[in-house]
Design a protein. Structure first.
Length: 117
């Protein structure tokens, strides 16, 4: 669920229209329209920066060290923020993009179940 408390009146929310459903868009609009939040459809910025992106996984997110990521999450977020002038917040809904952005390793449900046993 989108948290309206993180957005201020008159802000512009950038989002990739390919990664949300029409129902999600309607829900976001209904929730945020009283705050005069504008929606701006943009191309997914993660895809442009993450050149060696793997196929979409079906898994849990686990923290990954800088040794493996090569770049901090803060640096990645600053690069993305620098690409979008006039956008106050960016809505990212793709799990693999979120995991990359926050330096998390994705692990399969089966692997997680085996650890629990």
């Amino acid at each position: 669920m989108l948290a309206p408390k993180n957005l201020e009146d008159g802000m512009v929310l950038g989002f990739d229209p390919w990664l949300i459903t029409p129902q999600q868009y309607k829900s976001f609009y209904k929730t945020l329209s009283p705050q005069d939040i504008q929606f701006l459809g943009i191309e997914n910025p993660i895809d442009g920066l993450w050149k060696d992106q793997p196929s979409p996984p079906q898994s849990f997110a686990q923290p990954h060290t800088l040794e493996f990521t090569g770049e901090s999450s803060t640096d990645k977020r600053q690069k993305i923020a620098g690409q979008f002038k006039g956008v106050n917040r960016l809505l990212i809904t793709s799990l693999d993009s979120i995991a990359w952005l926050f330096n998390h390793e994705l692990r399969s449900l089966q692997e997680k179940r085996e650890e629990i046993r």
